[in-house]
Structure formats: structure tokens, C-alpha cells
Design a protein around this ligand. Structure first.
Ligand code: FE2
Ligand code: FE2
Length: 275
């Protein structure tokens, strides 16, 4: 089982954030902001799926998950709250969140279905967040130095995503979730995640007035597809999920552990799930 610590981040997210906080770069800022816009709805969905999945386990199998589930819920609830504050700043900047409401409508389609559907979807999203998190932790310069507290928030969130990447996956397996549906949901979530992220990024750029600048698309190319770029470097990890013997723990979590160890002055543990 995974030992998950819930941490209170000691950064002030009440203060407004600069318009191009991500290294002064319009594209990278718009992309990271798009991800943030998905979190309050997305992370509530993950919390609910994991909580319901846990309840569906026979009592004698709950003990193995009890503290891990509590840690998972605590971490995601903390992320939701801080990204909620972050997103309020984006709203004041004139950006409009279409991803959140669209995801909310979509999740209603799962109401009343076997909880393993929501868990398989959560496990797939958690794979996406874990590989993005690991990439970010290996490329912290992406975030620039225009807004250190926003960068700290992203790296703290990334570290915790890396820490709790097994929870939904293990619950899905513990509930007898099969390979066919695990992969079906992975394909669906891959489609939703990519199209939602691109649509929201484009919307953010249009409202920011930087959509038609050549520099925006040069940066997009470098950031996503250039050497060391996000898509190029995370593709093997994305593909690994399709293997029948895949388990999220095979992905290295050292970068997250290192960041948390080096930045212990940036947070306070608020609870600890005993190992
Ligand atoms: Fe999260
Ligand atoms: Fe997560």
C-alpha cells in the first residue's frame, strides 16, 4: 500500500497571478491554465470514484485500502481547493472555463452505472496526470521564474499526483475490473483529454489576444513536439498503459520524492496515513 501524506501548501494563492505567469510565454501559460480549469470538476470525480470504489469492496478487503484512500481524497481535495482559487484569477483575467462544465455533463452519463466504469476512467486520467507530473518535475524550467509561487503550486501538485498514481488502478483491479474495459476507458479518456486540453488552450489564447501570433505557435511546437517536448517524451509512458502487465508503480517516482524533500519549507503535513 502507498503511504500518502496530505500537505498544506504554504503559498498565497489569494494574490492575483500575472497574465503570462509561465515564463512570460503565452502558449505555455494558456496550456497550464487549461489544465487547471479541468481540476475542480475532474478531481471531484476522482474523489467520488475512489470513495465509491472503496465502499464497494467487501469489508475484509477494505483494510488494505482504508488509509491510502483517505490520503488520496485528502490530497485531491487540497488540489481542488487551490486550483479553485487559481481559476478565480483566470476568470478575472477574462478567460472562460468550458472544460469544467463539459466534464461535469459527461460524468453524469456514468450515474447509476457500475462503479468500475468511473474507476477505470479515473485510473486512465491518473495515468495522464502522473506522466505529465513526472515530465514537469524533470523540466521545472518550463514554468519560468515570473511567478515562483504558481510554479511551486504546480510542482507540489505534480509530486502528489506521482505519489498517488496507483490508488484508482489498484482499486479497479481489487474490484475485479477487467482488461477490456480498462483499455476501452483509456482510449476514451485519451481522446477526451487531448481534445479538451487543446480546445481550452485555444480558447484561452483567443481571449488573451495571442492566438494569431507566430511566437505562440513556435512555442507550442517547441513545448509539445520539440526535443525534450511534452508529447515526444511522454509517449512511451502513455503507451505502457496498454500492456496487460502494466502497473503505475513501474513509473519512476524519484523526481517527486526529491522535490518534496528539497522543498519541505513550502508545505506542512496535515495528516499521515501510517504505512
Ligand atoms: Fe490532483
Ligand atoms: Fe490525482
Amino acid at each position: 500500500m502507498t503511504d500518502l501524506v496530505v500537505r498544506r501548501l504554504l503559498v498565497d494563492m489569494e494574490r492575483p497571478i500575472p497574465r503570462h505567469w509561465c515564463g512570460g510565454d503565452a502558449f505555455r501559460t494558456a496550456f497550464m491554465n487549461a489544465l487547471s480549469m479541468s481540476f475542480p470538476v475532474g478531481e471531484q470525480f476522482f474523489i467520488d470514484a475512489v470513495r465509491e470504489g472503496f465502499k464497494a469492496l467487501p469489508p475484509d478487503r477494505q483494510a488494505r485500502f482504508a488509509q491510502e484512500v483517505q490520503g488520496f481524497i485528502g490530497q485531491e481535495a487540497t488540489h481542488r481547493r487551490l486550483h479553485g482559487l487559481y481559476n478565480e484569477h483566470l476568470e478575472r483575467q477574462g478567460l472562460v472555463n468550458a472544460w469544467g462544465p463539459r466534464a461535469l455533463k459527461r460524468r453524469q452519463l456514468l450515474d447509476g452505472l457500475d462503479v468500475r466504469h468511473a474507476l477505470a476512467a479515473t485510473a486512465a486520467y491518473e495515468h495522464f496526470t502522473a506522466i505529465l507530473a513526472d515530465w514537469l518535475l524533470h523540466h521545472p524550467d518550463t514554468l519560468g521564474d515570473h511567478a515562483p509561487r504558481v510554479a511551486t503550486m504546480w510542482l507540489w501538485h505534480a509530486s502528489e499526483e506521482s505519489e498517488h498514481k496507483c490508488t484508482a488502478f489498484d482499486l479497479y483491479r481489487a474490484l475485479g475490473g477487467n482488461e477490456v474495459w480498462r483499455l476501452k476507458w483509456f482510449r476514451r479518456i485519451t481522446f477526451f483529454f487531448i481534445t479538451d486540453a487543446l480546445r481550452q488552450t485555444a480558447s484561452n489564447l483567443r481571449r488573451d489576444g495571442t492566438f494569431w501570433r507566430l511566437s505562440t505557435w513556435r512555442s507550442a511546437w517547441r513545448f509539445l513536439l520539440g526535443p525534450g517536448g511534452l508529447v515526444r517524451e511522454t509517449l512511451p509512458a502513455w503507451r505502457a498503459y496498454k500492456r496487460a502487465d502494466f502497473h503505475p508503480s513501474e513509473q519512476d517516482a524519484q523526481a517527486a520524492a526529491d522535490w518534496l524533500a528539497r522543498h519541505s519549507d513550502q508545505y506542512q503535513p496535515v495528516s499521515r496515513a501510517a504505512g
